[in-house]
Design a protein around this ligand. Structure first.
Ligand code: HEC
Length: 179
C-alpha cells in the first residue's frame, strides 16, 4: 500500500510517539521509586542500619557503674564468690571500653584506665581472696577515687562516685547460690 507523502509523516510521528512513551516510562521509574530503596550494584538495598558504637557514657552506665555497685552489694551480703566474679567482669569491661574508645580528648584511654585502676584492682583482689572486710572497704574507696580521678582529668568533675547508699533495687540475690 502506498500512502504517498502521508506514509513518511505517519512513520515519523509513530517514532516520536514511541520515544515519548519511553521517556515517560523512564521518568516514572526514577521518580516513583521510594527514597532510600535504590538497589546498589549487588542488588542489595542501601537502606542498611548504621553501626552503633556505645559512647563512653553509655558504657559507663551499662557496663561499669552497675558492676562497681554489685561488688559492694555482694561484699555487704558476705558473698565473696560473687564479689570475685564481678571484679573480673569489671576489669573486662574496662578493657573493652579502652578498645572501643582508644582516644578521648587527646588522652590514650587504655593507658589512663591502666594507670588509675591497676592498684585498686590488685588491692581489691587480695581483700576479696582473704575475705577481709576492712581491707575491702579501703580498696573499694581507692577504686572509687580512681573513677573520680579520671572524671576530673577528662573534665567531668561533676560525676562523683562513692560507696552505694540505701537499699539495693536489684533482683540479684547474694549468698543464695546452691540453695
Ligand atoms: C579512664 C577514665 C575513666 C575511668 C577510670 C572511669 N570513668 Fe566514668 N566516665 C569517663 C568519662 C570520660 C565519662 C564521660 C563521658 C561523656 O559523657 O562523654 C564518664 C562518665 C561516667 C558516668 C556518667 C554517665 C552518664 O551518662 O550519666 C558514670 C556514672 C561513670 N562514669 C561511672 C564510673 C565508675 C563507677 C567508674 C569506676 C569504677 C568510672 N566511671 C571510671 C571516664 C572514666
Amino acid at each position: 500500500m502506498n500512502l504517498g507523502p502521508y506514509s513518511a509523516i505517519s512513520r515519523s510521528s509513530l517514532a516520536l510517539g514511541l520515544l515519548s512513551a519511553a521517556v515517560v516510562i523512564l521518568l516514572t521509574t526514577v521518580f516513583v521509586s521510594p527514597p532510600g530503596a535504590h538497589a546498589d550494584a549487588t542488588g542489595a538495598s542501601s537502606a542498611q542500619p548504621t553501626m552503633y558504637l556505645p559512647s563512653i557514657s553509655d558504657m559507663m552506665i551499662g557496663t561499669i557503674q552497675p558492676r562497681h555497685e554489685r561488688i559492694w552489694r555482694a561484699e555487704q551480703a558476705g558473698d565473696w564468690d560473687f564479689a570475685a566474679y564481678e571484679l573480673g567482669n569489671l576489669r573486662g569491661a574496662f578493657g573493652r571500653l579502652g578498645r572501643a574508645h582508644p582516644m578521648e580528648q587527646n588522652t590514650p584511654l587504655p593507658d589512663m584506665i591502666e594507670s588509675v585502676t591497676r592498684q585498686p584492682f590488685e588491692d581489691l583482689k587480695v581483700a576479696i581472696d582473704r575475705k577481709d572486710d576492712a581491707d575491702f572497704g579501703k580498696a573499694y574507696d581507692e577504686l572509687s577515687e580512681a573513677c573520680n580521678s579520671c572524671h576530673q582529668a577528662l573534665n567531668h568533675r561533676t560525676i562523683v562516685i562513692g560507696r552505694p547508699a540505701g537499699a539495693s533495687q536489684s533482683d540479684l540475690l547474694f549468698g543464695k547460690a546452691g540453695r
